[in-house]
Write a new protein. Structure first.
Length: 83
């Protein structure tokens, strides 16, 4: 909704994409990494360089759309697309 004036943090925490989804893709496709404050007070950075493995959860996608129930998104890194 263009009249709602959404913020990046709000779109990331709810998983919303708005009216430009068809042209630019969803918010989850544009977010590269997150800095999340967990309920225990720890800071967690997602998508760090690790040894190649298929085990474990994709934490960036897990925290996106959780609406703050798993942690508070403090910082997010987005992919910039050419217009």
């Amino acid at each position: 909704d263009p009249s709602s004036n959404p913020s990046l943090g709000g779109m990331a925490s709810t998983g919303a994409s708005g009216m430009t989804t068809l042209r630019y893709g969803t918010t989850k496709e544009s977010v590269v990494s997150l800095l999340v404050a967990t309920p225990q007070g720890n800071l967690l950075r997602t998508r760090r360089n690790v040894r190649k493995s298929s085990s474990g959860y994709e934490l960036t996608q897990l925290y996106m759309g959780s609406e703050g129930t798993l942690g508070i998104i403090c910082e997010l890194t987005v992919r910039v697309r050419q217009i």
